[in-house]
Design a binder for this molecule. Structure first.
Ligand SMILES: C[S@@+](CC[C@H](N)C(=O)[O-])C[C@H]1O[C@@H](n2cnc3c(N)ncnc32)[C@H](O)[C@@H]1O
Length: 462
């Protein structure tokens, strides 16, 4: 939810008219080309327009986009950000991968007489065909964490005019944890899929790419680095995102604005010339890969050195980037990962086997990692969960927590080990343990008590 002070609602808006239209669509149950998707889209849209278009007009003012001419909305959903922009802006283009949302947004545009100044297109942001340098501003609210952000940020940077701004509202770890808290009281299936999403996002942060899982939980610093790689520099944090900003002291949703100041490929050209950007060339490459742009790192490594396997450190950076980019299965596999003459460290081999779905081999490699490595317990536990060795996974996570290495991910690993082992009460108790553990992070007692009470109330109402 937007925090106080509330943004000034400076203009009258068409929200009432739109809501009337949307409720009609809902009540008629009439569908769109994809009836089920359309119904969901209508339900989502009602929530946005109940908040009111003037809310989004004020948000755009605070972001600094209200006076711009041409705008791009990446993941435009029900079109509300576009319509708010058109209060003063000239033209907007919304792209969304969901045909139902695109159809609904286009219908709303016709309903309020804006169809000649806005177009909605069904496109995945990763592959969107956008005119280069055509937009004065772009935004992507509550979308980027579901995408291949490397491809999306590259596309956005390309579509922006020099000096153009990009606003991003992002859902982080706190929000996923809050959702887990809510799900603990609800359907088992929903909880299972949310636990998997949470654990997979953390696996990705450790360096494992799992095909089919795109949901990410990157940190602000990672996202800003990824933007900078494509020439977009930090401007500020307007804090106008929907959603709570914090859950138990962890960032839940956050936002930021960057501006395109450099050519989209300048950083890449620099790296291709062997020049460093922030630290050393190799450290930069490694950090860029971990910040969500492993594809670029693979391309640079390959172009700079036709045989990146030659030098040990470079080979390790390249290997990690290949895994994160989902390219570990390429024909390079034999040279990089499976050449007995140039072995890679256990850690990287573990990530490699893990990404390939060979959990037993990955587990063996992880167990050989240095004991003090911060990811060791989590990687082992995550592997064991995938092998359905729930008792063993529980022991690994519990021991890590007892040793004082219990970050949220180890606690949630423990919750998952109980949940997937059909021990629902133990899962709830482990979640309680996680909430209580946040005391050590300095979360005020009153907040801990409030969340514990909510957790108990949720379960009691089951
Ligand atoms: C949570 S909704 C947010 C909608 C709107 N931006 C808002 O703030 O209310 C996420 C939207 O992103 C769209 N989306 C998800 N992945 C996408 C992708 N790869 N390309 C384009 N749209 C995407 C979904 O279809 C959905 O409409």
């Amino acid at each position: 939810m937007l925090r106080e002070p509330a943004l000034p609602a400076t203009v009258g808006d068409e929200s009432g008219k739109i809501l009337h239209f949307l409720r009609g669509e809902r009540d008629r149950g009439c569908g769109g080309a994809e009836p089920e998707g359309y119904e969901d889209a209508v339900a989502y849209a009602i929530g946005r327009y109940e908040r009111g278009l003037s809310h989004y007009v004020a948000a755009l003012e605070r972001i600094g986009f209200a006076e711009k001419g041409e705008a791009l909305d990446v993941g435009s959903g029900a079109g509300h950000w576009c319509f708010a922009f058109l209060k003063r802006g000239r033209r907007a283009v919304g792209i969304d991968r969901s045909p139902a949302f695109v159809e609904l947004a286009a219908r709303i545009a016709r309903e309020i007489g804006l169809a000649d100044r806005v177009s909605f297109r069904t496109e995945r942001a990763e592959e969107a065909q956008l005119p280069a340098g055509a937009f004065d501003c772009a935004w992507s609210h509550s979308v980027l964490m579901y995408t291949d952000q490397e491809a999306v940020l590259r596309n956005v940077a390309d579509a922006l005019a020099k000096g153009g701004g990009f606003y991003c509202g992002y859902t982080g770890e706190g929000s996923r944890l809050h959702t887990l808290q809510v799900s603990l009281a609800g359907e088992t299936e929903l909880l299972s899929s949310r636990l998997n999403t949470f654990l997979d996002s953390h696996l990705h942060r450790c360096g494992v790419f799992k095909p089919g899982n795109l949901t990410r939980m990157l940190r602000l610093e990672d996202l800003l680095r990824a933007c900078a790689v494509f020439g977009m520099e930090y401007v500020g944090r307007p804090q106008v995102q929907d959603g709570r900003p914090e859950y138990l002291g962890l960032p839940a949703t956050f936002d930021f604005v960057v501006r395109k100041l450099r050519d989209r490929d300048k950083a890449k050209s620099q790296l291709l010339r062997g020049e460093a950007i922030e630290k050393t060339w190799l450290e930069d490459l490694d950090r860029i890969a971990r910040s969500g742009c492993p594809g670029l790192v693979c391309d640079v490594c390959r172009a700079v050195d036709p045989d990146p396997a030659e030098e040990e450190e470079r080979r390790q950076v390249y290997a990690r980037a290949l895994i994160l980019a989902g390219r570990a299965d390429s024909e390079e596999r034999w040279r990089i990962f499976e050449d007995a003459a140039c072995p890679l460290p256990d850690h990287i081999m573990g990530l490699y086997w893990h990404a390939r779905g060979d959990h037993a081999a990955a587990l063996g490699a992880y167990r050989n990692m240095p004991r003090e490595h911060p990811d060791r317990a989590f990687l082992q536990g995550a592997c064991l969960l995938q092998m359905k060795r729930f008792g063993w996974a529980r022991r690994v996570f519990s021991e890590a927590i007892e040793r004082g290495c219990g970050a949220p991910r180890e606690w949630i690993g423990l919750v998952a080990a109980h949940h997937f082992g059909d021990k629902r009460d133990a899962a709830a108790a482990a979640f309680r343990g996680f909430v209580e553990s946040r005391r050590k992070a300095g979360v005020p007692e009153a907040v801990i008590e409030m969340e514990l009470a909510r957790l108990d109330a949720g379960r009691a109402s089951q």
